[in-house]
Design a binder for this molecule. Structure first.
Ligand SMILES: *Cc1c(COP(=O)(O)O)cnc(C)c1O
Length: 346
């Protein structure tokens, strides 16, 4: 039996997503933009986002885990899918070959694991300073590297969202590596890297955050559109008397009689406690302050500014990522990826 309509809904604005990809593709100059789609498109949903990116013209998609591949293959051809974590186990190689997707090789061990099972087209990550994944530039002289059929030679910027001397250093190191291994495409920039300028774009850029409405650098503000729109329903309306305390630990105490609404939205839905402090939901133009602590499945809001709202009515959950990040001191990345599975995604 189909469950009834949920009390949380997440709308992905496909036009905004298309606009953001096209904008990042244009800002990439002669390079083309791919898309980081790991963590279920940063929480927004592969089924909602990948078809729009594909139809906009995107042909390179990056996931982190092997477990993320299957959902993506419903929408795009396997040779367009890259798995960033690489083949850590022999069975990852078997899976990559069976599915036809391309591993990103991150270490000499991964390279040997890949070539040991006859290899094929792959991507190669070089570590130029983030010290997370990738082989060291010195390791490029290893004979195992020369055997590879490298499609994308890539590296990842550590500080692209800041003014930092390491951006130019990473760029220089990566540029020097290019001549040491044959490859079809080179790729360095994430979303913030796209804003650093055309030098950083090489053949392919890999934006993630900015596709989904995040603004990691001021150069992108005004150019990127909000993609995710969230709504939560009131599941009970009540009237507080002076002295009534709301929620766990009674952190809000009513001073006067007031109408409040209990809303189906909590930290189980990625609305973390830090979003409650000083935060508000909206009903049209009316601002409805959050009262007391955010619970796992609920928050309580002051309905004074929208006195006619009732059980079942929908409230807007503000999700301009820059503003929400400022209000909550969470990163824009965290705000997206914590959303969870209870949202009804269109
Ligand atoms: C996540 C990721 C990206 C996308 O980064 P954003 O900052 O979200 O644009 C690009 N490349 C790699 C290797 C990544 O892990």
């Amino acid at each position: 039996m189909q469950p009834p309509e949920p009390t949380l809904r997440l709308r992905v604005d496909r036009e905004a997503l298309t606009h953001n990809w096209r904008t990042l593709d244009r800002l990439s100059g002669l390079a083309t933009a791919g898309a980081a789609i790991k963590a279920d498109c940063y929480g927004l949903g592969v089924d909602a986002c990948v078809p729009a990116l594909r139809d906009a013209g995107c042909q390179s998609f990056f996931v982190a885990h092997w477990s993320e591949v299957e959902a993506v293959l419903a929408h795009v051809p396997p040779e367009q899918v890259a798995v960033l974590h690489g083949p850590v186990h022999g069975e990852d190689v078997v899976f990559a070959k069976a599915a036809g997707v391309r591993p990103v090789l991150n270490s000499l061990e991964q390279i040997r694991r890949w070539t040991g099972q006859s290899g094929g087209p792959c991507h190669l990550m070089i570590d130029t300073g983030i010290n997370r994944l990738g082989i060291a530039p010195e390791e490029l002289t290893d004979p195992a590297v020369a055997e590879l059929d490298v499609d994308i030679l890539m590296s990842h910027l550590a500080n692209a969202d800041e003014e930092s001397a390491t951006n130019a250093l990473q760029l220089e190191t990566f540029a020097r590596c290019q001549s040491r291994v044959s490859h079809r495409r080179a790729s360095l920039a994430n979303s913030a890297g796209v804003a650093l300028g055309r030098d950083y774009a090489f053949n392919l850029t890999r934006p993630g955050l900015a596709l989904y409405g995040g603004v990691p650098r001021s150069e992108l503000s005004g150019k990127i559109k909000q993609v995710a729109y969230l709504e939560a329903a009131i599941i009970q309306a009540r009237t507080l008397k002076p002295g009534d305390a709301v929620g766990y630990n009674g952190q809000f105490i009513a001073q006067t009689e007031m109408r409040v609404g209990t809303v189906s939205l909590g930290y189980g839905d990625g609305f973390l406690r830090s979003r409650g402090l000083g935060g508000a939901l909206r009903r049209g133009q009316a601002r409805l302050p959050i009262l007391g602590k955010v619970s796992m499945d609920m928050v309580v809001v002051d309905l004074s500014a929208a006195p006619h709202t009732k059980e079942g009515d929908w409230l807007d959950v503000p999700f301009d990522l820059s503003n929400a990040a400022q209000q909550s001191s969470l990163s824009q990345y965290e705000l997206l990826t914590v959303l969870g599975s209870r949202w009804h995604r269109n």
